[in-house]
Structures are given as structure tokens and as C-alpha cells.
Design a protein. Structure first.
Length: 199
């Protein structure tokens, strides 16, 4: 498992990336072992992901006619599988394309930074999810907050790509677009698979 020192150091690096500080990458363990351990960071983002998923369920039920809602088990299975597939999809795609794209030297560093940055990136969604669940904000406000959070996360992903891959603006934007496209494709594909699971 991850030890406390590595978690603290890596999340510090992830926060420095959010602030666009040039020293950010020095906080990460970029060894082979550090690369594989960074995938364990998924455990740290689970609380925020669960909150945002529960809020999504609340919003979905509020916007769905009675009798047309997706079965709860299917909904949460959809979300769980989506998280797992999304967590590894981009790393696999970029591993296959690293040499043609000319990023084989910085690929591992990017994945390490991306994995740890994901923990911070999900925090706003978790907070919004909690506000929805306890009824502090209504659905319209939640949707606006989610859009703002998305803009922040896209900017964050751009900074991670630019710093970790050591590439230009256009290339970094392309990585962000690819990441978003992969996530949307996975989500839509799983939604279609589970669409028939209605209550």
C-alpha cells in the first residue's frame, strides 16, 4: 500500500501542478515502482467519487419520470465499472502511442502526475455532491457548479500535461481533449449497456 510520506509528497506535487509551479514534478516518485504505485491513488479519490455519484443519482431521479429510472444496482455498477475502465484507459492508449507521439521519455512521469492529480481534481465534485445530498443546493445550482468545476479540472489537466510531458500548448490541449473524449466514450458506452436495466 501507499505510505503516508508518499501520499503527502505526491499530493503536494499535485497541488503545485494546480498552482502551475515549476518545481511540481520533483515531488513525485518517477521510478518504475512509483509509476505502478500511483495507480493505487484511486483509493484516495473514492470518497469524492462516491459523493458525486450519489448526487448524480439524486439528480437523475429528480429528472426521470416515475417508473423510467434506472435500477439502483445497475446505476452504481455502471459508475463503478466506468471509474475502473476510465482509470486505465488513457494510460493504455498513451502507452501504445507514446513512441509515435514522441513522448516515450516523459510518458511515465505524466501518468504518475495524472494519477495523483486526479485525487485533487475530484475534490470539487465531491464537495458539490455532498451539498446536493444534504439539500444545501438545488439541481440548477448544482449543474452550474459542476460546469465551473469542469472548467477548473480541464485547466488543471492542461497544466499537468504541459508540465509532466514537457510539451507545447497545442500538444497539451490535445492530450486534454483526448482524455475528455475517452472518458465520454466510456461513459456513453456503459450507459447504453446498462440502459435496459430500468426499475
Amino acid at each position: 500500500m501507499l505510505d503516508r510520506d508518499e501520499i503527502t509528497r505526491s499530493l503536494t506535487g499535485a497541488w503545485h501542478l494546480f498552482l502551475d509551479r515549476p518545481d511540481a514534478m520533483r515531488y513525485f516518485d518517477l521510478s518504475v515502482e512509483g509509476f505502478w504505485r500511483s495507480f493505487r491513488a484511486i483509493v484516495l479519490l473514492l470518497p469524492a467519487y462516491i459523493l458525486s455519484t450519489l448526487a448524480e443519482r439524486v439528480i437523475t431521479l429528480a429528472n426521470t419520470p416515475v417508473g423510467g429510472e434506472q435500477d439502483a444496482t445497475a446505476f452504481f455498477l455502471d459508475s463503478a465499472i466506468g471509474l475502473g475502465v476510465d482509470w486505465i484507459a488513457l494510460p493504455v492508449l498513451l502507452a501504445l502511442a507514446a513512441r509515435p507521439l514522441g513522448i516515450q521519455r516523459t510518458y511515465a512521469a505524466f501518468i504518475v502526475a495524472r494519477n495523483w492529480a486526479s485525487v485533487i481534481a475530484l475534490v470539487p465534485y465531491g464537495i458539490i455532491g455532498l451539498l446536493v445530498i444534504v439539500g444545501v443546493v438545488d439541481i440548477e445550482v448544482a449543474n452550474i457548479l459542476m460546469l465551473v468545476a469542469l472548467m477548473l479540472v480541464l485547466r488543471y489537466n492542461f497544466l499537468v500535461a504541459r508540465r509532466a510531458l514537457d510539451v507545447g500548448i497545442g500538444f497539451a490541449v490535445g492530450i486534454v481533449v483526448l482524455d475528455l473524449a475517452v472518458s465520454l466514450t466510456i461513459a456513453l458506452s456503459l450507459d447504453s449497456v446498462f440502459a435496459g436495466q430500468a426499475g
